[in-house]
Design a protein around this ligand. Structure first.
Ligand SMILES: *Cc1c(COP(=O)(O)O)cnc(C)c1O
Length: 491
């Protein structure tokens, strides 16, 4: 340890060089091994224990501390950046995005406004325009980068709330919600939990959401939605359409919802966290047709765009509405009328990370065609996975493979629904404990199921094939265990 380290952080070229060399070397090794590394390591608890303890009085210095973090921490890190991660909807990081994100950290830009970083602000403007092009959304729409689709849903629904108030001549940003009735929010059973959470954060309340499903997996009942709108007798309402739901990758009929929004003067918000990427390929663009007719759209960056956490995009059709919803001012901040972009006044956050650097870099590096090829590749992998499931006598596909998610279960035959649910729940846990793949269980129409989601640029055919083999291996083990228990009980 040298004396500068003992004093606290001080400019030291030597220390910084050590840090950069250490991190570059270790990151390279980690990324090189990512294709072969287990998706989830099982020594998490042991490794993390060694990083605890009390706050050091005297620090160990940067390089020593980072080495400890690498030595103990890497074992507890999930291999979610790798090709075997099918859990939740987790994207990887493209090389271009990774490099630009490191640069964003080194430059430590504050993407609040033009004055705080012309670079981050201009790249946010450019990236949002490129994304509108990529997704086929109108060029005149406004947009803002967020931490993810939860906050992108928040941006869309906050704008919808402001619009809803203005329809009744109330400026909700100014006056609040008090004295107003509950905001009618209509959707199907595909609504994502984060949209409901956003409504609770917005003071609209979770219970204001009416899910109009026509079956037990959550498909939207369009007639029931129209009836509910008719019953409102012209009062404004918010419709939430889901372009890509998380269990099977299915879509609400966005075009039909846009027709209803037109006819009844409602606001249509579309949650396309990953599913909006269907619009990147002519093979699948019909699935999310009508999103360009919505009033707001939420998309994730850290899922299918494969930029690092955290990153999402909120788009709003009326370009002046974000300002009315999110504007704030103080003597030391830029004037709200400053014509130069001020994203701190167009979204929920003030000081913000320069997420625009990795987004700009990855779009610049791979272009529209690169993303189309990646999305089409993932769709082909999902189709392949669906075929392998269909061919396996002990696997049962539970839903049509619409996009990039395959919903299926282990079903060796002869078991009751309760036994199958129990078996598949154990299977989900066994896959996580096994660690070769990272995937989990869900509930689909009352059935416990697996729902691998393919969104990582590294995933290839061999990973999908191995996944099916691992599921069958672990499923057979659990089934065998259940049979043995049964035999013991009977004898
Ligand atoms: C992941 C997801 C969200 C939430 O996004 P975060 O990035 O986790 O905030 C919202 N909607 C859908 C459909 C999603 O898949």
């Amino acid at each position: 340890m040298n004396s500068t380290e003992r004093d606290g952080p001080r400019p030291s070229r030597e220390e910084l060089s050590g840090v950069i060399a250490t991190v570059a070397r270790e990151a390279q090794a980690f990324l090189d091994g990512l294709d072969d590394r287990p998706a989830r390591l099982v020594r998490t608890e042991d490794s993390l224990r060694q990083l605890k303890g009390s706050l050091p009085e005297e620090g160990d210095g940067a390089v020593v501390s980072l080495q400890r973090l690498i030595e103990k921490g890497m074992d507890a890190a999930v291999g979610s950046a790798g090709p075997r991660c099918f859990h939740f909807v987790i994207g990887g990081t493209t090389p271009a995005a990774l490099g630009a994100d490191w640069l964003a950290t080194a430059l430590d830009q504050m993407a609040y406004a033009w004055v705080s970083s012309p670079l981050a602000t201009e790249l946010e403007v450019v990236s949002l325009a490129w994304l509108r092009e990529l997704f086929g959304l109108p060029a005149e729409w406004a947009g803002v980068m967020t931490t993810g689709a939860t906050m992108a849903n928040f941006v869309g629904l906050a704008s919808a709330r402001q619009w809803w108030g203005e329809r009744q001549e109330v400026d909700i940003a100014e006056r609040g919600l008090s004295g107003l009735p509950q905001i009618p929010v209509l959707t199907g059973g595909y609504i994502h939990a984060s949209a409901v959470k956003s409504l609770s954060m917005l003071g609209a309340g979770r219970s204001t959401v009416r899910m109009l499903s026509r079956d037990n997996v959550g498909r939207l009942d369009v007639e029931a939605m129209e009836e509910a709108l008719r019953d409102l007798k012209g009062a404004p309402a918010i419709l939430i359409g889901n372009a890509g739901e998380v269990n099977a990758g299915d879509f609400d009929p966005i075009e039909a919802m846009a027709d209803l929004a037109d006819k009844y003067g409602a606001w249509l918000h579309v949650d396309g966290a990953f599913g909006l990427f269907a619009r990147v390929s002519p093979q699948t663009e019909h699935l999310a047709a009508g999103a360009e007719r919505a009033h707001s759209v939420a998309v994730d960056g850290h899922k299918w765009l494969n930029v690092p956490y955290d990153c999402g995009f909120g788009f709003v059709g009326d370009p002046s509405l974000l300002g009315r919803t999110f504007a704030y001012t103080a003597a030391y901040l830029p004037d709200p009328d400053d014509p130069r972009p001020n994203f701190g006044s167009l979204g929920p956050e003030s000081s913000r990370r320069a997420r625009s650097l990795p987004v700009w870099a990855t779009l610049c590096a791979y272009g529209r065609a690169g993303y189309r090829r990646m999305v089409e590749g993932h769709i082909a992998l999902a189709q392949r996975l669906g075929r392998l499931v269909d061919e396996a006598p002990d696997l049962e596909r539970l839903a049509y493979v619409t996009l990039n998610i395959v919903c299926f279960r282990y079903n060796p035959g002869g078991l009751s629904e309760d036994q199958l649910n129990d078996l598949n729940e154990r299977l989900g846990e066994a896959i996580l404990a096994d660690g070769r793949f990272y995937a989990g269980a869900t509930q689909y129409g009352g059935k416990t199921a697996l729902r691998p989601a393919i969104v990582n640029w590294r995933t290839r055919e061999e990973h999908v094939d191995q996944f099916v083999a691992v599921v069958r291996e672990l499923g057979a083990q659990i089934f065998e265990g259940l049979l043995n228990q049964d035999r013991q009980r009977k004898s």
